[in-house]
Ligand binder design. Structure first.
Ligand code: NAD
Length: 290
């Protein structure tokens, strides 16, 4: 397929690289980042989007997505697909879909789970929103960049699934970390805590697969001085998107709200920026009640 790829950062570059290696004809553009080998460099976003079957965007946020979409939609062929893999607010995903639809361009919003490792290894999970036709057209690209793609519904459904998943992830990580810190103070050995919880009703992905305690469970960022992994500020971004969405549809999300406040405090006031989101554990270790 002829593919345009806009946003070649930590995630976009390895995704574009995998598509080129699989034999797709990929043209890339980024304001700053270089093009991976095998990806032709365009001078601007419009040039990257012209004449392509699919244009993929992997950008920092919804405002940037909207401005790039504004620029490229008029240049895209009718019947082409704009596939946004960034994590953005549901409203921006839907606004871009509407704008594209009016121009005869199809869209899929397909944020990913799996991080930089998943992007390099081609093992991302895609959560997709858009029409059956658009999803079918981009599905072969999902096969190259990922191991699984779930078609969640119409435009915005991919972003909705992503922020709900990550709200659970943020809340669960905090619960796991505060339980470890409590266990410490109760004199419970961390390995024993893991052995019990990972096989009991408190088990979760954060405990079993990504344990925040160093030296316990499978290797995780905790074993590497809490270098990310999944950075605390990215968790904060996703939690804020969940609260923005909850506000828009009048959903009561008290745990998501608390998790957002806690990650904001951690990232903005307590030096958590640049650390893995599991570094909530050493944060709790140092603290006292009240
Ligand atoms: P990044 O900051 O490394 O990459 C974004 C790239 O977009 C940068 O290279 C930047 O120069 C480029 N860019 C910004 N504005 C542009 C414009 N107008 N035109 C062209 N290029 C532009 O970020 P990332 O880690 O690659 O994340 C990308 C998206 O994926 C984000 O929405 C993020 O939330 C999401 N995501 C990231 C991870 C992760 O672990 N990094 C995991 C899942 C989802």
């Amino acid at each position: 397929m002829k593919v345009g790829f806009i946003g070649l950062g930590n995630m976009g570059a390895p995704m574009a690289d995998n598509l080129a290696k699989a034999g797709h004809d990929v043209t890339g553009f980024d304001l700053q980042a270089p093009c991976p080998e095998g990806v032709a460099k365009a001078e601007n976003a419009t040039d990257a989007a012209k004449g392509q079957d699919v244009v993929i965007t992997m950008l920092p946020n919804g405002a940037i997505l909207r401005s790039v979409a504004n620029e490229i939609i008029p240049a895209m062929d009718k019947g082409a697909v704009l596939l946004d893999c960034s994590t953005v607010d549901v409203e921006s995903a839907r606004a871009v879909a509407e704008q594209a639809d009016a121009a005869g361009v199809m869209t899929v919003d397909a944020p990913v789970s799996g991080g930089v490792g998943g992007a390099s290894g081609g093992t991302l999970t895609f959560m997709a929103g858009g029409s059956e036709e658009a999803f079918a057209k981009v599905n072969p690209l999902f096969d190259v960049m990922g191991q699984k793609a779930v078609h969640c519904g119409d435009s915005g459904a991919g972003q909705s699934a992503k922020i709900c998943n990550n709200m659970i992830l943020g809340v669960t990580m905090i619960a796991t970390c505060e339980a470890f810190a409590l266990a410490d103070k109760l004199g419970l050995d961390r390995q024993k805590m893991f052995d019990v919880v990972s096989t009991s009703s408190g088990y979760s992905w954060t405990m079993n697969a990504y344990c925040p305690a160093p030296g316990v469970g499978p290797t995780s960022p905790a074993d590497n001085d809490y270098q990310p992994g999944f950075a605390a500020e990215l968790m904060l971004k996703d939690l804020r998107l969940s609260q923005q969405a909850a506000e828009a549809v009048d959903a009561d999300t008290p745990m998501g709200h608390s998790a957002t406040d806690l990650y904001a405090q951690f990232v903005e006031q307590e030096g958590g920026k640049g650390m893995d989101f599991s570094a909530m554990l050493p944060r709790f270790e140092k603290r006292h009640r009240g």
